[in-house]
Design a protein. Structure first.
Length: 114
C-alpha cells in the first residue's frame, strides 16, 4: 500500500529557510521520479521540483536557484531544501511521483510571512 508522509513545514519570515521531508512506503519511490508539488489557496496544485531515480533534477522557474530537491534511496525519502523564501511560496506542499499518482499525503503547510 502506498503511503506518503510529508513533514517539515512551518511559519518562516521572508528570506528564511525550511527543509521538507517526504517518506514513501510501497513501490512508488523505487519505480518513479519523485516530485514536490504545492497548492496555494484558490490556486491549482503545481509541480515545483522533481528528481529522477538517477538523481537528475528539474525546477519550476519560480523556485530555480532557491530550492534544492534531493532523495535518499536507502530511506525512501525525498527532501526539499527551500532558501530565500518569499510570501508567494506560502502553500501546502505535497510529494508524489512524477507523473503524479492517485496517492496523496496530507501535505505540510509552509507559511512565509513577516
Amino acid at each position: 500500500q502506498v503511503q506518503l508522509v510529508e513533514s517539515g513545514g512551518g511559519l518562516v519570515h521572508p528570506g528564511g529557510s525550511l527543509r521538507l521531508s517526504c517518506t514513501a512506503s510501497g513501490s512508488i519511490f523505487e519505480l518513479n521520479a519523485m516530485g514536490w508539488y504545492r497548492q496555494a489557496p484558490g490556486s491549482q496544485r503545481e509541480l515545483v521540483a522533481f528528481i529522477t531515480k538517477r538523481g537528475s533534477t528539474n525546477y519550476a522557474d519560480s523556485v530555480k536557484g532557491r530550492f534544492t530537491i534531493s532523495r535518499d534511496n536507502t530511506k525512501n525519502t525525498v527532501y526539499l531544501q527551500m532558501n530565500s523564501l518569499k510570501p508567494e511560496d506560502t502553500a501546502v506542499y505535497f510529494c508524489n511521483a512524477v507523473p503524479y499518482s492517485a496517492h496523496w499525503g496530507q501535505g505540510t503547510q509552509v507559511t512565509v510571512s513577516s
